[in-house]
Design a binder for this molecule. Structure first.
Ligand code: GLN
Length: 212
């Protein structure tokens, strides 16, 4: 997906300014945040970029943690004060969607990095585990259990040096697998994918997130 030039200068959707709740806050300190904003626009869902702690106001009901570089995002989360805001949001059981680096930020433990960020998702994740040759690839797979209301068939998966799910604890469930390996996890109102649903033009996973 090519992100329209208009997103370079947009800080929020047109309807977000007057909204008192129901707005999705998209972490925008680094990474692929504009692509998530474009998907939410397609769905007519209000959004606001989170660049500073003040951006996290009472209108924010849900949060997206985009792909990018988790180490950089982690540092900027702390220096902006957004870490505390988003951490409190997650601890209150409110919806959060982490894609790629966002999954790393959510994981309880990283197996090749001493850092832990939100530590909310019951899984061990390895950064950059899809090596240089296999760093980026596309596939399709189903999301969720056949027969469940949240089931999504043939979802397109785009991986860009995505994290590898090493193990999944009892609190989290595996929603999508590729070659028998977990690439999407869910834990209550936490959704995390090793792939980039915002890059395919398929809005179904974002619709599911908005329904959580
Ligand atoms: N390599 C990134 C990291 O470790 C994740 C890759 C991505 O978000 N596309 O943060």
């Amino acid at each position: 997906m090519v992100v329209a030039v208009e997103y370079i200068s947009k800080e929020e959707s047109d309807d977000a300014e007057t909204a008192t709740h129901g707005v999705t806050g998209i972490l925008a300190v680094q990474g692929a945040f504009a692509e998530h904003a474009a998907v939410l626009d397609k769905l007519g869902a209000p959004w606001k970029l989170l660049r500073a702690a003040e951006d996290f106001d009472d209108s924010i009901d849900r949060v997206i943690l985009p792909g990018g570089e988790s180490t950089t995002q982690g540092k900027l989360l702390h220096s902006t004060g957004l870490f505390e805001k988003i951490d409190a949001h997650i601890k209150a059981g409110k919806p959060v969607f982490g894609t790629c680096a966002g999954m790393i930020l959510l994981a309880k433990k990283l197996d090749n990095d001493p850092n832990v960020y939100f530590g909310a998702l019951d899984a061990v994740v390895r950064r950059n585990a899809y090596g240089r040759q296999l760093g980026s690839f596309a596939a399709t797979a189903d999301f969720g259990q056949l027969g469940s209301p949240d089931y999504i068939a043939d979802f397109p998966l785009v991986f860009i040096r995505g994290p590898y799910v090493v193990s999944v604890g009892p609190e989290a469930s595996v929603e999508t697998e590729v070659d028998g390996h977990a690439v999407a996890l869910r834990q209550g109102r936490i959704l995390a994918t090793a792939f980039h649903p915002e890059l395919t033009g398929d809005t179904r996973l974002h619709e599911l997130f908005l329904s959580l």
